[in-house]
Ligand binder design. Sequence first.
Ligand SMILES: C[S@@+](CC[C@H](N)C(=O)[O-])C[C@H]1O[C@@H](n2cnc3c(N)ncnc32)[C@H](O)[C@@H]1O
Length: 268
Amino acid sequence: MAAPMRHEGAAAPGRVVGAPGGLEPGAAPYGNFPNYSRFHPPEGRVRLLPSGLLRRLFPARARPLLGLDVGCNSGELSVALYRHLLGLPENEASPDQLVVAKDLNLLCCDIDAALIERAQQCSPFPASIHYTTLDIMDSGARESSLSNFLSRFGRSTFDICFCMSVTMWIHLNHGDNGLVEFLSCLASLCEYLLIEPQPWKCYRAAARRLRKLGRNDFDHFRSLAISGDMAEKGPMLVPQCSTRRSSRLTFHAVGHSAQILYRYGNAF
Ligand SMILES: C[S@@+](CC[C@H](N)C(=O)[O-])C[C@H]1O[C@@H](n2cnc3c(N)ncnc32)[C@H](O)[C@@H]1O
């Protein structure tokens, strides 16, 4: 179990031009690239989600709705999601903080403390987007951090959870069992789970980058039984992961290459 970490950041030797953040990409073994959003801009990705999604999913649910963004990096995607879900214009500098906080509160977590610090410093919605350093695979820390947040709203679960470009890193670092455990855990924590899985070619590329640095391969890469594009594996994983949750759990996947790949249920 990896402890929440600080990366060596921009000061790390061996920079490669064109790598996210200018950091040698193999040196970000959790996908904790600084400036990730410059390479995968959030706006185009969030626009794939229908406008009015929250109203459709939760027409009668008391507000504020609660969301969890796992692996938020430095928060750019979290903010873009927040704006998109509430229909706030991208450039509106300061919508009324208290008004938006009554609609939707997000807890965003990342294993990398330096990224979280940056997210906190840059947040345009400090009253309603909350950032915390957390290794989501650390059950003790997860339980304490999430229940601490939820209890402030008198709740025990989230309405919706976002897992964007994170599953590969969990899979590579924790293996098949870790991935299933991760998805099951998220499924038990929320009603709707939105997943943007990475394609298999990204797995190969990540393992290759690490090898080039002369570092050990991801522990589990060669022994993964769940392999191939996760967007195709999703349908098989869902029943496995949703057993602990009511049948209202829905698993949506948004493609890494900017398309909605498939969906379950009739929520979208
Ligand atoms: C590729 S980035 C995706 C960032 C953002 N979700 C997006 O799509 O723009 C993956 C993020 O997951 C985080 N991460 C990886 N393993 C994690 C874990 N066990 N717990 C929390 N965050 C993790 C990394 O630090 C990294 O910031």
